[in-house]
Design a protein around this ligand. Structure first.
Ligand code: 2P0
Length: 338
């Protein structure tokens, strides 16, 4: 019996992955830049069991939804084909944060699954190979393989599309105060949103300007220039949401003009950030494909930011998670040795 347990953190993109060049291989339209988040992680145990009829997937000790279980099984097939195995597996996975609300659980989940399953089959893969493999499970998962500040190279083909570290976690005391304004799962999955991005009239413009955005954010991050970084990161988040909100499409026979991941509380927080900055607070925001607002500040501002959030009307129903630059995907030793 072969088994292994791995843990991987979610990640927060500063330059976004939104739109694919190749949907079957999760090849992105552009490079993206992220921070791996220490406080939001997935722990996954994979056990290949001789004689087991088919893969069994538990999410927090309960049978996973069929669509998720199928996606996990398809990813296990990729890893089994590399390892020359045909054994089915028991997969037990757990997130320490609510999924589908603005934290990329597919990123941490597929990064942890890739590490655990490849190790359980005795494969010795490099970080680059793990990143390529994780990307095939979910694009953003390739970034969660690496620690700290990370860039995913769009690449030309599958083998050249992987993430590398831009700077280690100690490079910068940047903090993400994530404000989860609702536990409700989003209505449009990211995978569907990616497909619709090219319907936006702003799509061409984004592709023409993304390389200067990347250069600007990369440089501000490497130089620890917080205000230059924050300004660009906010614009990038709003540009992605402008694309989402103008990705018109048919849905069940009815026309929808766009995808709205923001809710009223998201907008309340965005407005508050602009007020707080005018009052002298050093804080910026970014958003993912969900209603969660990620407030970016330096370590010495975290107390003030939390206090400001908690003073807003309606904040009683929110949950905050304070994330710092975190480790890459790793095996959890000891607990699982044979
Ligand atoms: C990102 N997001 O860069 C962007 C920003 C959400 C908003 O990557 O289809 O779950 O599994 O490759 O990775 C979410 O997309 O999509 C995402 P798939 P994924 O973090």
């Amino acid at each position: 019996m072969s088994h292994a347990t791995a843990r991987a953190c979610a990640n927060l993109a500063f330059v976004k992955y939104w739109g694919k060049r190749d949907a079957s291989l999760n090849l992105p339209m552009n490079n993206s830049i992220s921070m791996t988040l220490d406080a939001a992680h997935t722990t996954t145990r994979v056990e290949f069991v001789p004689g087991l009829e088919r893969d069994k997937v538990l999410l927090s000790e309960r049978p996973a939804r069929p669509a998720f279980a199928r996606r996990v099984a398809a990813h296990l097939d990729r890893i089994r084909s590399i390892g020359g195995s045909s054994e089915a597996a028991r997969v037990n996975t757990h997130n320490n944060f609510p999924a589908g609300t603005g934290f990329a659980s597919s990123a941490s989940g597929f990064a942890a699954l890739t590490c655990a399953a490849s190790s359980a089959l005795g494969l010795q893969l490099s970080r680059r190979q793990l990143s390529v493999l994780a990307r095939l499970g979910s694009g953003s998962a390739c970034r969660s393989i690496c620690a700290g500040f990370v860039e995913w190279q769009a690449g030309r083909d599958s083998d050249s599309s992987f993430a590398t570290q831009l700077a280690d976690p100690r490079h910068w005391n940047l903090v993400d105060v994530a404000v989860l304004v609702t536990d409700e799962e989003k209505a449009v999955r990211s995978s569907d949103g990616h497909q619709l991005a090219s319907n936006s009239p702003f799509w061409q413009t984004r592709n023409q300007t993304i390389s200067s955005r990347l250069a600007e954010i990369r440089q501000a991050l490497l130089e620890r220039d917080f205000h230059r970084f924050g300004r660009e990161v906010e614009s990038e988040a709003l540009e992605m949401h402008a694309i989402m909100q103008t990705s018109g499409h048919e849905n069940g026979g009815a026309w929808q003009s766009g995808i709205f991941y923001m809710v009223a509380d998201t907008l309340q927080l965005i407005n508050a950030v602009q007020r707080w900055r005018q009052a002298g607070m050093d804080v910026y925001f970014t958003l993912d494909a969900g209603p969660t607002v990620h407030l970016l500040c330096m370590e010495d501002q975290v107390g003030d930011v939390l206090q400001a959030v908690n003073s807003l009307e309606g904040s009683q129903g929110w949950r905050t998670i304070v994330c710092r630059p975190g480790p890459g995907a790793r095996l959890l030793p000891g607990r699982d040795s044979d």
